[in-house]
Write a protein that binds this ligand. Sequence first.
Ligand code: NAP
Length: 286
Amino acid sequence: MAARVIDGKAVAAAVKERIKVDLAPFEEEAGRVPGLATVLVGEDPASEVYVGMKIKACEEVGIRSIHRQPDAGIRQEELEGLVAELNADEAVDGILVQLPLPDHLDSDRIVATIDPRKDVDGLTPVNAGLLAHGTPGLTPCTPAGVMELLAHEGVELEGAEVVVVGRSKLVGVPVARLLLLANATVTTCHSRTRDLDAVCARADVLVAAVGVPRLLGAAAVKPGAVVIDVGVNRLEGGLVGDVDFEAAAEVAAAITPVPGGVGPMTIAMLLHNTLQAARGRTGHSS
Ligand code: NAP
């Protein structure tokens, strides 16, 4: 294997240490720690694992977590009411509604109910709009984690050819926007892209956020490229990414593993956003 493996766990640990240091002066000035509310509808096992990891990470750094878990049959108006309650709660700085929601609920409408100042997932129309305008407010956690990893690796983005595979509101679109704001030349691919491998093979930095196990192999990787694999796909043998790790690692200069790459960064950036939201709401700069 030629490529350097980018250790997302180590970078996430460093981000968490930084947050711990930054929390102390906030607590001193504000007289309290920041609070993150997690809302999980129903008992989907994968979502329970994800939310559990987020609550544990809050405990690790010293952020208070408030958990609400209404049952899967909750009505749209009731869930919107719960979000409104959390919007009004002075001790809550961040609100995270775990997605996906059960089919009878309109996720976009629920997300739009969140006070943009408490939108630590960065998914409300206000924060998405600010990012589109080039003045980011709260930035979606996974895209922010990708940028943090690239910065940590010292990857020069200015003028670089970057290809993002995927155009979701959650990952593809915001990460492409952040990369453009970093002055990269960004191409976004999706399910209708012709000759995906050839487009990807132009990239100095390849970001895969697709949800198709091992879609991208050696033919999609330019020799010496940096490969960031956001994909998390559950197969019988365990979790795999959207990139064929073994094959791509023969060609790339650096690559993130799955698990242990982007995943830990998403949680670290959620904590970062919670502190940012708390500072923004209280006016405490430290
Ligand atoms: P999504 O909403 O399903 O979007 C997938 C995107 O991939 C779409 O834009 C789709 O194109 C595109 N696509 C699908 N099949 C394709 C193909 N064969 N060729 C090219 N493009 C294709 O998924 P998402 O929420 O962005 O998540 C993507 C992956 O990241 C998933 O594996 C998810 O589990 C993972 N994820 C990981 C984290 C983390 O913390 N590590 C966080 C969030 C998501 P169209 O738009 O044309 O349909």
